[in-house]
Design a protein around this ligand. Sequence first.
Ligand code: IMP
Ligand code: MG
Length: 214
Amino acid sequence: MRKPQKTGAGRRRFERPRSPEGAGCATPPLCWREEVERVLITEEQIAQRVRSLSAELSRDFAGRELAVVAVLNGTVMFLADLIRHLSLPMRLDFIGISSYGLGTEPGEIVFTKELRLDVRGRDVLLVDDILDTGKTLSRVVARLRELKPRCIKICVLLEKAARRVEKVRADYVGFSIPDLFVVGYGLDFAERYRNLPFVGVLHRSVVNSPKSVI
Ligand code: IMP
Ligand code: MG
């Protein structure tokens, strides 16, 4: 039985994805063009990277059973794609935390769903959509530690290193992105745009005047 590697073993940093039209400037599909200014990471780039993250996790945790803990709601697409290719036994539960109101700046952090899975003595893989200031994940990690897991590894689709204020680092990172507010592939703005199959940047006019409250 192989032990998972120590913190940081699976950590990979990737350059901002490039597109034929230049770095991070792919044109959004027609149906989204009014709201989305540009595609930062294409559907194909996401699929390829998530596949390789699954393979890496399968290797690093070979012989172990994972307790996957996903943060609601932004992980929905990433999680589904990530775990479908894991060749490991695993159990899954969700933890609910809300850190944004309706804007793009962090607000008060509130737990909206507690974990029910017993993670004591288990290898926990904490999955989140994006590591930004780190305030959310540092709160979640503190809460998980109280449950005495064997280890906690963090896997995020995106990371904005420039915005970090808390001392928290991800062991597995899909893409490192610049300091931009992004939507799609689970990530929202005022609860919208989670269904975009790509990660994109909204037009400033949309960010400045969201359609309506939820
Ligand atoms: P943090 O606590 O500042 O690290 O923020 C983490 C949470 O903020 C994520 O789980 C997201 O829900 C949200 N978030 C941070 N940056 C973005 C973004 O660019 N787009 C959408 N949501 C974001
Ligand atoms: Mg969010």
